[in-house]
Design a protein around this ligand. Structure first.
Ligand SMILES: NC(=O)c1ccc[n+]([C@@H]2O[C@H](COP(=O)([O-])OP(=O)(O)OC[C@H]3O[C@@H](n4cnc5c(N)ncnc54)[C@H](O)[C@@H]3O)[C@@H](O)[C@H]2O)c1
Ligand SMILES: O=c1ccn([C@@H]2O[C@H](COP(=O)(O)OP(=O)(O)O[C@H]3O[C@H](CO)[C@@H](O)[C@H](O)[C@H]3O)[C@@H](O)[C@H]2O)c(=O)[nH]1
Length: 446
């Protein structure tokens, strides 16, 4: 069993640390954020991820998993150090390597073991691992030999643990056979296909994969726009397209656009790389353009429907960028909320997990509700932004009972049109015909 240190204890670092402890390694997670480390030490995960807290506590109790703010304590005698710090977008849209540089230099200053493996899991631009090697080298205190490897992460938030144990592939890029073999041995117990390649190819696989997923979504959203014009149904069209196994049904779900900390950022980074190397890629820019338009597509429909949203009470159901996470980074809800307020609407939002994070970004620009009912009470219209199960399972009649006007703009196509038709609702969704529900039922309900 190896002594493994993880630099950065966010979504990726924590899930990786917990999973490696679970298969028997001795893991220490290092993070600069004192509050995060305190919370982790007390057995509380600072992020919401199904199953994570339980598995974390189990491995802490077994003495397999530790947390520290000290790079010295974390890195000094590690056999392997996994870099999982953030790589946010900088002002030019490229990936900011400042945290990677800090972490690499701290690793260089503190490692003592010969032949230590330094593995980058953070999403980095092509060529970053070579820079990491140099940053480590400049700080080394003696003649210590180390290896570097690129090992991009493909987990999805909301199913991060599941993905770690059941992912489609593990990509390892390195300069030496020794490094490739050592990482392959580490990952073999997961039983997931492992692909070995060179450093640059591994780095590119990550951003190119995310941009392809984003491409599929923007494609579905483009086709959804056509469906709206001709009266077709995107749900059927996407299914029909995806049943061709060369295309596949996943990531063809039309909606209010893709968000999160990865798809938008990595697609922009790939477009930037293409420009930088003299291979301008309009296709990749267009993925982002379509998404920007898509985020405001429901708002456009609402403005068209009401002429003005000034003074309207708007309920917003869902704030996180997708269900089963409290993350609001690059979430469509943020763009939509800001725009609605600019239009003069009063927005009351509900989310089962993401209110605290949304408050950090939106502050008191909008109101926050503790329940779906509270958000919908007396609303003139409602937007559905995140398809949490609790939201998908709302009894449709409750929109009618609670809202002043049961007019819904559903950005996630949560409800089947034939069910909506039986209820007293006005229902606008994405890539599907508008439904004006049964007004006889409306009277019965009253
Ligand atoms: N979130 C995802 O689903 C996901 C999936 C695959 C890849 N990635 C990539 O993985 C990387 C990490 O993403 P995340 O979402 O886990 O980030 P995050 O922001 O949740 O966590 C990053 C952590 O690194 C810490 N940190 C920063 N500098 C440090 C340093 N010098 N030493 C120790 N800790 C330091 C921060 O305090 C923070 O806790 C990014 O490159 C991201 O693009 C993310
Ligand atoms: O058919 C679809 C699928 C997704 N989405 C949206 O796309 C965004 C991203 O979803 P998803 O990819 O499931 O979430 P992430 O957790 O951001 O995961 C992506 O980004 C991670 C970080 O790089 C990668 O590791 C994962 O493989 C990659 O799926 C969300 O807003 C979804 O609502 C759609 O609109 N339609």
């Amino acid at each position: 069993m190896k002594k493994i240190a993880i630099a950065g204890t966010g979504y990726v670092g924590l899930v990786t640390g917990v999973s490696l402890a679970e298969i028997g390694h001795d893991v220490i997670c290092v993070d600069k954020d004192k509050r995060k480390i305190e919370s982790l030490r007390s057995g509380k995960t600072p992020i919401y991820e199904p199953g994570l807290e339980e598995m974390m506590r189990k491995n802490m109790q077994k003495g397999k998993l530790f947390f520290t703010t000290s790079s010295f304590v974390g890195f000094k005698d590690a056999d392997m150090i996994i870099i999982a710090v953030g790589t946010p977008k900088d002002e030019n849209g490229t990936l900011d390597l400042q945290y990677i540089e800090q972490a690499a230099k701290e690793i260089g200053r503190n490692i003592t073991k010969n032949n230590a493996m330094i593995v980058t899991k953070s999403t980095v631009p092509v060529g970053a691992n070579r820079k990491i090697k140099e940053w480590i080298q400049t700080e080394l205190k003696g003649n210590i030999k180390f290896f570097i490897a690129a090992n991009p992460e493909f987990l999805r938030q909301g199913s991060a643990l599941y993905d770690t144990f059941h992912g489609d592939r593990i990509i390892i890029g390195a300069e030496s056979e020794e490094a490739l073999d050592s990482l392959e041995a580490l990952y073999q117990p997961f039983g997931i296909p492992i692909m070995k390649t060179d450093l640059k190819s591994a780095e590119l696989i990550k951003t190119a994969s995310n941009a392809f997923l984003a491409l599929k979504i923007s494609y579905a959203n483009t086709i959804a726009g056509i469906c709206e014009q001709i009266g077709a149904n995107i749900e059927d069209v996407s299914l029909g397209i995806g049943m061709d196994s060369r295309i596949g049904t996943s990531f063809l779900k039309a909606g209010i656009g893709f968000g999160g900390s990865c798809l938008p950022k990595d697609t922009a980074a790939l477009a930037g790389l293409a420009n930088e190397v003299g291979e301008p890629a309009q296709l990749i820019h267009d993925i982002l353009e379509v998404n920007k338009r898509q985020e405001l597509s429901l708002l456009k429909k609402a403005i068209h429907r009401f002429k003005s949203l000034k003074g309207k009470n708007v309920a917003m159901l869902g704030l996180s960028f997708k269900p089963e996470t409290d993350d609001v980074r690059d979430a469509a809800s943020l763009t939509l909320a800001r725009q609605l307020v600019m239009e003069g609407a009063k927005v009351t939002a509900y989310d089962p997990a993401a209110v605290e994070n949304a408050k950090k970004v939106l502050g008191d620009l909008i109101y926050y509700a503790d329940s779906i009912e509270q958000a919908l009470k007396n609303a003139d219209l409602a937007f559905i932004v995140t398809e949490w199960e609790e939201i998908r399972n709302i009894r449709l009649n409750l929109f009618y009972e609670w809202m002043r006007e049961p007019i819904i703009f559903d950005g996630r196509n949560c409800f089947q049109l034939d069910k909506v038709k039986k209820c007293p609702l006005e229902y606008h969704s994405i890539g599907r015909p508008i439904v004006i529900g049964n007004s006889n039922v409306k009277r019965q309900l009253k």
